[in-house]
Design a protein around this ligand. Structure first.
Ligand code: SF4
Ligand code: SF4
Length: 415
């Protein structure tokens, strides 16, 4: 297993000013310096300089980080916290599994990045939900004995049917914009297949020939964030090979995936095919923001939650808001602290349900204050997490991806 040491020059960029502390969700929840960006960087540097070993306490502070990168946005010194964390986690992976979460990590990393296995597991779950067994299990309170399993069970919505998309959808727009590939993702393809279908349809209406390679796998984001760098590179190279080289753009509608794919070159430098692939990656909001689309009215009040890997990872905040702003009659009300992590953070909500739950409570409080009838966000993990929070709070809100609203708007405009 090839670990990468965090760059010592990057670690030394931190001037300990503390500006990032109030922006850090784990510092806000736990109130511990060592669970803040400054504290974590101090620990990483102490390890890099040989003043501290890879102790259990060190690993715990690194595990408790969401990898949300809010600290990068806040930092005036330009500390690239995300890549430092990923390198540090690769060193921890090299030292062997952490007993506290080893089993669940193995399950999650063996399942989530494998679309076929995930599909089989979700097929079984659909049976569990529809047979009435879920009602029996929930009424028995047996899940209280296994909090991480309970977190997983409560997160999942009713599993929909997920038919495969056509491999080619021709352009329908008035202007022809080129050929666009679409990433179908792992969670997105199984739990939000309509988001993928609407993405392809909107791109086609905008003027793209839309290509959805059937044999595409996972982008590797989960493994990158957990420090499994060999597995991450392996998945990334397979994904690159699955997409035709003549595409003009590759569109991603999951913030975490897009962020990792744009950063492929950091982890695979100097590989020409990786550079060419990464340069084509666009979030769906970037791809559609100025597109000619027949938009009809949607009479709804919504609020927008910034997914961390869009706002902090890709610095995309304006495009989704501008896109939503183009929908006639749609009213957008601001969400206070819209870029504070909802606690989803990949699989963090499964591994660390307590901290994730406290962040979700804060997020749902803010959402409820807005009075909106729907929350819009561009990442499947956030969709799942916020929907769970609304269900548990008894809030009757729609939780929607931006392309779902756009597709609704287009449907109302077309005859
Ligand atoms: S990545 Fe997020 S949780 Fe981790 S230190 Fe930075 S702000 Fe805090
Ligand atoms: S804002 Fe940047 S320089 Fe200041 S403490 Fe945080 S990471 Fe260090």
């Amino acid at each position: 297993m090839a670990a990468v040491a965090p760059d010592i020059d990057d670690l030394r960029l931190c001037v300990h000013c503390g500006i990032c502390l109030p922006q850090c969700p784990t510092y806000r929840v736990l109130g511990e310096e060592m669970d803040s960006p400054r504290g974590r960087l101090y620990l990483m540097r102490a390890v890099a300089e040989g003043r501290l070993g890879f102790t259990d306490a060190f690993a715990r502070h690194m595990d408790l980080c969401l990898g949300c990168r809010a600290c990068e946005t806040a930092c005036p010194a330009g500390v690239p916290f995300g890549s430092l964390l990923e390198a540090t986690r690769s060193q921890l992976v090299e030292r062997g599994p952490r007993p506290r979460t080893a089993l669940l990590r193995r399950l999650v990393h063996g399942m989530f990045p494998e679309p076929r296995r995930l599909g089989l597991m979700l097929g079984g779950l659909k049976l569990y939900q529809r047979s009435g067994l879920r009602r029996v299990v929930r009424a028995s309170h047996v899940l209280a004995l296994a909090p991480r399993l309970a977190a997983m069970e409560s997160l999942l919505p009713d599993v929909p049917s997920a038919p495969a998309l056509p491999e080619l959808t021709p352009a329908q727009g008035r202007r022809r914009l080129g050929r666009a590939g679409v990433l179908t993702g792992c969670i997105q393809r199984h739990l939000y297949p309509d988001v993928n279908r609407d993405t392809a349809r909107l791109l086609s209406l905008a003027g793209y020939d839309v290509v959805v390679p059937r044999d595409q796998g996972c982008c590797g984001a989960l493994e990158l964030h957990a420090g499994f760098l060999d597995d991450f590179r392996d998945r990334a190279r397979k994904l690159i090979a699955a997409f035709p080289v003549d595409l003009d753009v590759i569109v991603v509608n999951a913030a975490g995936c897009g962020s990792a794919m744009k950063e492929y070159t950091r982890w695979m430098p100097g590989e020409a095919d990786v550079v060419a692939f990464a340069e084509k990656i666009k979030d769906v909001s970037e791809a559609l923001v100025d597109a000619e689309l027949p938009l009809g009215p949607v009479d709804l009040t919504v609020t927008y939650h910034d997914a961390c890997h869009l706002a902090h990872g890709q610095r995309i905040r304006a495009e989704p808001r501008r896109l939503l702003g183009r929908i006639p009659d749609l009213k957008i009300v601001p969400l206070p602290e819209s870029d504070l992590c909802c606690g989803s953070a990949g699989v963090y909500n499964l591994l660390e349900p307590e901290v994730a739950g406290r962040l979700l409570t804060m997020k749902i409080d803010r959402i409820a204050e807005t009075g909106a009838a729907a929350v819009v966000t561009g990442n499947p993990g956030c969709l799942l997490q916020i929907a769970k929070g609304c269900r548990e709070r008894g809030l009757d809100l729609e939780v929607l991806h931006p392309v779902t609203l756009l597709a609704r708007s287009v449907r109302r405009a077309l005859p």
